[in-house]
Design a protein around this ligand. Structure first.
Ligand SMILES: Nc1ncnc2c1ncn2[C@@H]1O[C@H](COP(=O)(O)OP(=O)(O)OP(=O)(O)O)[C@@H](O)[C@H]1O
Ligand SMILES: [Mg+2]
Length: 354
């Protein structure tokens, strides 16, 4: 049993609460992604799980044991840091094996794990180099290899791919995911990259200002975002969120936002760009720009003061300056109240926690 649970976790710097009562379960053998904008508390939570940061409130449980005050070394976790701390005077091989030597793992076992890990992250030919002679991406892979050889049941990763180019990033993402499943690791993975979160996570914990905004499988967050923040954090381009009060009265709120209260009452409508269709009789818009990307085209549209986007397959006929109308199916419409909480739409989500 190697699940991780945190309960009402708090971290305070002076009067500032960087982590403000965070509770979630990372079940054994699953991958939990902590997602959120810079400064929302992701690294701080991870460091408290690892035992590298003191806890100001709440509890950390690993494998059923309360480890809140326990020494980091005794928690059975390995960690990849956001700033992959390598020893400059040791070569790649020694950097990877450092922890195993400290723990007196037998030499042939060490060599076997080293060979496996180095092959996995593509460092086999660089084992004799010092960190100064490596690129940022190669250093990051040394840090990853160090975690792989540690063989701990709980693995914590803090933006482990941030310094890699797009292609290597996608490859390493698959490798880490495959490794996590093959070894049955309990992994808590920090990123602010929604693609990583969507493609890897069994469960996403979306954070904002030290609190949980929404928690659930990626598809839940995408299809049934609890709030405007969640709706706009996931999705590329993000969900269109239009305050009903800013719509041209001629747009007739009941037509484009059926189910909204009269006159909007501070509510907004939300619709994903890929659900927006060009069709007569909808919301009148002007085409501001056409971004052709090959497989798809993103149309940047304006409705009075409001900007919105439509994503269509392939090449679109529209040109800047065109006046067209857009609409969406009733089942693709989300309605958010004046506090930003989603009140209706595809199977309205339960109220946000906390
Ligand atoms: N040692 C510290 N002293 C004071 N404030 C701190 C300290 N460490 C972190 N903070 C603050 O706590 C908040 C959370 O920081 P944290 O590093 O957890 O954010 P993050 O979500 O990992 O961000 P990023 O995506 O930029 O890495 C930030 O506002 C940060 O400035
Ligand atoms: Mg961080």
């Amino acid at each position: 049993m190697s699940g991780v649970r945190i309960d009402g976790l708090v971290k305070q710097w002076g009067t500032f609460r960087a982590v403000d009562g965070v509770t979630f379960d990372a079940p054994e053998g699953t991958l939990t992604v902590l997602l959120g904008p810079s400064g929302c508390g992701k690294s701080t939570i991870l460091r408290m799980i690892a035992g590298l940061e003191t806890v100001d409130g709440g509890q950390v449980t690993i494998a059923g044991q309360d480890v809140t005050r326990q020494d980091a070394a005794k928690r059975g976790v390995s960690m990849v840091f956001q700033s992959y701390a390598l020893f400059p005077h040791l070569d790649v091989r020694e950097n990877i094996l450092f922890g195993l030597k400290v723990r007196r793992v037998a030499r042939d076992e060490r060599d076997r794990r080293l060979a496996d890990a180095a092959r996995m992250v593509g460092l086999t030919d660089l084992l004799d180099r010092k960190p100064a002679a490596l690129s940022g991406g190669q250093r990051q892979r040394v840090a990853l290899a160090r975690t792989i050889v540690a063989n701990q049941p709980v693995c914590l990763m803090d933006e482990p791919l941030s310094n890699l180019d797009a292609k290597l990033r996608a490859e390493m993402r698959d490798e880490i995911h495959a490794l996590q499943r093959a070894l049955g690791l309990t992994m808590v993975y920090v990123t602010h990259d929604q693609t990583e979160a969507m493609s890897m996570a069994d469960q996403v914990v979306l954070l904002k200002d030290g609190r949980i905004e929404q928690i659930g499988p990626p598809a839940d967050l995408y299809e049934r975002p609890a709030t405007v923040f969640a709706a706009q954090f996931l999705g590329m381009p993000p969900m269109n969120v239009l305050p009903l009060a800013d719509l041209d009265p001629a747009a007739a709120v009941p037509r484009v936002a059926p189910g909204a209260p009269d006159a909007g009452a501070g509510w907004s409508l939300g619709v994903r760009p890929e659900k927006v269709v060009l069709a007569p009789g909808g919301l009148a818009v002007e085409v501001a720009a056409v971004d052709y990307m090959g497989a798809e085209t993103v149309l940047r549209l304006r409705h009075g003061p409001l900007a919105l986007m439509a994503r269509v397959d392939g090449r679109a006929e529209a040109r800047p300056g065109d006046r067209v109308a857009v609409s969406w199916a009733a089942e693709d419409l989300h309605l958010f109240d004046d506090t930003g909480i989603r009140r209706s739409g595809p199977a309205a989500a339960p109220p946000k926690p906390g």
